[in-house]
Write a protein that binds this ligand. Sequence first.
Ligand code: ADP
Ligand code: ZN
Length: 525
Amino acid sequence: MKVQTASMEQAQQLLQKYYGYPDFREGQRKIVASMLGGADTLGIMPTGGGKSICYQIPALLQPGLTLVVSPLISLMKDQVDALIAMGIPAAFINSTLSGKEANDRIRAARRGELKLLYVAPERLELDWFREEMGTLDISCVAVDEAHCVSQWGHDFRTSYLAVSPFVNGLPRRPTLAAFTATATPEVMDDMIRLLRLDNPSVFVTGLGRDNLAMSVLRGENKREYIMNYVETHGHQPGIIYAATRKEVDDLYGRLRQAGVPAGRYHAGLSDREREESQEAFLYDDIRVMVATNAFGMGIDKSNVRYVIHFNMPKNMEAYVQEAGRAGRDGEPSDCILLFSPQDIMTQKFLIEQNPQDEDRKRNEYRKLQQMVEYCYSTSCLRWGMLDYFGEAHDRTPCGICSSCRDERELVDMTVDAQIVFSCIHRMRERFGVSLVSSVLKGSQNKKVLQYGFDKLPTYGMMRRRTEKEISELINMFIAEGYLALTEGQYPVVRLQPLAGDVLRGKHQVMMRAPEPASAKGAGTS
Ligand code: ADP
Ligand code: ZN
């Protein structure tokens, strides 16, 4: 262990010398120590957490070359340019180079003139490249955006499957380190299994950056909200994500018309248009970027003050990745999700549109459900997020999320809960949220009559509420863990053990009462 302490000191000196940073962030320190100790390492950090330093510093302290596998060609050049500017010998090899240029760089690596060599994963599939790499002294292979190896993730890339055969085919197996911002258990398992990380040290850190104020707003007039928000924060850079190109164009048009310096980004624009608006955003020529999720991977803009989601994303991974583009400089920033139940329909539609096998589909529905639960949660949103990703946290609420700032009083909802749970019980836990709501409402709809649910004692017991309010209530009970939905396209509501305690009068349900639908959306926020 002495050796390691000594090299951590050196690591810190290099950090100061090349990057000008006095200290590692907590997560970085652990990862760098693990890599210097020669262990395979899996580092999970949010976007902006400082992943690159985690392998760049060890690269400088190891005798041979560090090969960096990175998915984006455009990013590679920027990263390498930045390294060279700091005086760190680095290069990249990708399809933009001629054969001679690529060979020159390999020769430079062989002469020991490079510490870092960036390559795209596709390259690892080429025989000649594998042979050339076999003749080099490679100390470490660092895999960036490692979630791309997993089909459970959101950016699966077949070529990532070539990493493991490549690493294990080298004459001397280097240490392997993988980095990502995605930390669900399945994706973590896949990264370990498919990259064949050897008994890796796993570090999950910093997902809950405490400068980010997370909010979920339900029942807002979304367009109005955005126009108001941008007007009051107009001078600050921000990103607005919307689910479809049409929605992006519409919001963009409205903002421009209101005189806001906005840009837009989606797959329907030409490469040139996209590049131009990206540049304009980076250089603060435009302030607001309205975009689909096509925008953002590899954007290194540190002063984004807010990220607003016009629609709920398909899962927590996507949400955290996109929202995490706010506040990379550590300054207070807003992450606002404008939720409406329609978003669930949109995401289900997108899942159905996408041809894929049943397993995958079920998985996507499950993740969607967890995203919805986050949107209905009334407890601290940062806890919700950290729990989802399995990161340990203390039990002090963040104090700045929309749940923590919610000043509505907790009210006793035990009786409402008992009515809902008993209705579900009497319907034999075989139906979805909307039919349960119809029965509680006392609706005459065909399905209700067909099953004879109008004869149930709970039929019509929530007559005074709208069906929408009843569904919201049920969704809140789901988010709080009293109820659960089965997986699939038509999820069925089931009672959880806690609901049994409520029905037996052993557990009191304290929640923030949902606001009546009519009072919201009227612009009272
Ligand atoms: P990631 O790849 O995880 O998205 P980066 O490696 O691009 O993050 O780093 C994000 C930002 O944080 C960069 O601007 C980087 O210079 C800065 N940064 C990283 N590590 C430190 C540190 N130890 N001290 C101060 N700033 C840091
Ligand atoms: Zn909170």
